[in-house]
Design a protein. Structure first.
Length: 255
């Protein structure tokens, strides 16, 4: 069962992603819950900063592979109906419109990497792993790629996407994903959130408006989502996903 747990502190809130026994995989249920809680928090004036974390010492391992495999049987209309949730979950930082600190442990892969890169500040555990392995399945990380590019630059984002390399916390810090590495990233993120929450609420809100308005790139999420729908029609995606689950090398057909 997927759920979002909210813990409130002194002027801040912690959003815990929880998808038991699935390494906090980002399935549709968890995505919808994140969007709903983000809207609630955006309207709560007592919350001036937010920590985004996962339960059980895991941030988010990416898509739910079983749900992803089932989606291969959907037609374009079926994917289009889910497009808003698939895209909007990566806009939760914009929806919240308050400083968001990602406290990352375990894994931040695929969609989890996208969520981390969308945050304003990232604190990582020493053992955390980051990356975009999607092309190994036969699909480009369309929706999260702009957030990764904004966080680490085009060259690094392209390299990680094409090589599918999984990097450690030190490398993530070197390229700009991670601000600080801490043994207890959630407690460190809470301390940062508490410090930010102590600022003038008025000036903090103006600051967030400036940060959001002056973002490096305006993201055309709907266009990228449509490319993703087209990719789902590729036979090679089914081949790649099946091979990934069986842990064998895919035999691409170019279709």
């Amino acid at each position: 069962m997927s759920e979002v747990i909210i813990e409130k502190g002194d002027g801040y809130a912690v959003i815990f992603m929880s998808n038991k026994n699935k390494r906090n995989a980002l399935d549709s249920e968890l995505s919808k819950a994140l969007i709903s809680k983000a809207v609630d928090i955006s309207k709560d004036d007592d919350i001036r900063a937010v920590v985004l974390a996962g339960t059980d010492h895991i941030f988010c391992s990416g898509a739910d592979l079983n749900e992803f495999s089932a989606a291969l049987e959907k037609d374009a209309l079926g994917h289009y109906k889910n497009m808003e949730t698939d895209v909007k979950v990566f806009d939760i930082v914009k929806i919240i419109n308050k400083p968001v600190i990602a406290a990352v442990e375990g894994y931040a892969l695929g969609g989890g990497f996208g969520l981390a890169c969308s945050a304003h500040i990232v604190v990582s555990s020493p053992s955390c792993r980051f990356g975009m392995p999607e092309l190994s399945l036969g699909i480009f990380p369309y929706v999260i790629f702009p957030y990764v590019k904004n966080a680490i630059g085009a060259r690094n984002a392209v390299t990680l996407a094409l090589t599918r390399k999984i990097i450690d916390a030190n490398e993530a810090k070197r390229i700009g994903v991670v601000y600080e590495i801490a043994d207890d990233p959630i407690e460190k993120a809470k301390a940062i959130a508490k410090s930010i929450a102590s600022l003038s609420p008025t000036v903090l809100q103006l600051s967030m408006n400036a940060i959001n308005d002056l973002s490096e790139e305006k993201i055309d999420s709907k266009y990228l989502a449509l490319l993703r729908i087209i990719n789902f029609a590729a036979e090679d995606l089914k081949i790649g996903t099946s091979a990934f689950k069986k842990k064998i090398k895919p035999e691409w057909r170019g279709k």
